[in-house]
Design a protein around this ligand. Structure first.
Ligand SMILES: [Zn+2]
Ligand SMILES: [Zn+2]
Length: 247
């Protein structure tokens, strides 16, 4: 069963308030309601939204007073199948904690907080730009069964509601269960992921412009392999949006 705080009926919200008193679930030291995603204003103020200057390709923020558009050295050396990757916030402090607990400890009450960050930054950038579909990065079916939800699909649904761009969850499948990426170096990560994603044979992507959604962008290996599969199936353009950006 997939649960989302924002979709709870009110009796269940009241029940949750008993289970989880209305305090910030990150610091336990300030008030915060389900509507705020159980994150209080003190913790909110630690969110670092990504602002220019950043790499035009991968969205990596650059600490400095650069005013001209630039491409980072990593992007100059890599072949990316997406035109641009953007993230709402830096994957540090409260954002990193909330994502980690949402994914690995089933802290589903952080869904509203994380989706709120994404919608706030991505929706204005995507509206009216002619994007055809939102596609969440899929989990392997075995992983999804174990976790019981796909965090990227939950986030994509919020963004779809906010932008009117339809969410097409079945457009991409994960065909290879992959070993956990965190301990691998950049090259090993890319090799581990190669051809891990595929578009089902009957999906019609010719001429489509697709927004790929994920929770965190780190090296871009995952999203790049997804973008490759979408482009090979005929998509003319893929851009990437994530809640958080590893820096
Ligand atoms: Zn707090
Ligand atoms: Zn870059």
């Amino acid at each position: 069963m997939t649960l989302a705080a924002g979709k709870f009926p009110s009796w269940l919200n009241r029940g949750l308030a008993l289970l989880y008193p209305e305090v910030c679930q990150l610091c336990q030291a300030e008030p915060a309601t389900p509507r705020e995603g159980f994150v209080g204003s003190q913790c909110w103020s630690q969110v670092r939204f990504i602002r220019p200057p950043f790499c035009q390709r991968c969205g990596l923020p650059f600490a400095g007073a650069l005013t001209t558009e630039f491409i980072c050295t990593n992007c100059q050396e890599s072949k990316f199948y997406f035109t641009s990757a953007r993230s709402a916030a830096v994957a540090k402090t409260v954002v990193r904690d909330a994502i980690h607990r949402f994914k690995y400890s089933r802290a589903l009450w952080f869904e509203n907080f994380l989706a709120g960050l994404l919608v706030r930054e991505a929706a204005p950038a995507l509206r009216g730009q002619g994007w055809d579909f939102l596609v969440p990065v899929p989990l392997h079916p075995l992983k999804e069964r174990e976790r019981e939800f796909n965090q990227s699909a939950l986030l994509a649904r919020h963004l779809s509601r906010a932008t009117g761009i339809p969410c097409a969850q079945g457009m991409l499948r994960r065909t290879k269960p992959t070993v956990t990426q965190t301990h691998l170096k950049r090259d090993a990560r890319a090799a581990n992921l190669r051809n891990a994603f595929a578009v089902p044979p009957r999906a019609r992507l010719a001429g489509q412009r697709i927004v790929l959604l994920d929770d965190v962008f780190t090296t871009g290996a995952t999203t790049n392999d997804c973008a490759r599969a979408l482009r090979e199936a005929g998509a003319v353009e893929v851009c990437v949006w994530t809640v958080a950006r590893g820096v």
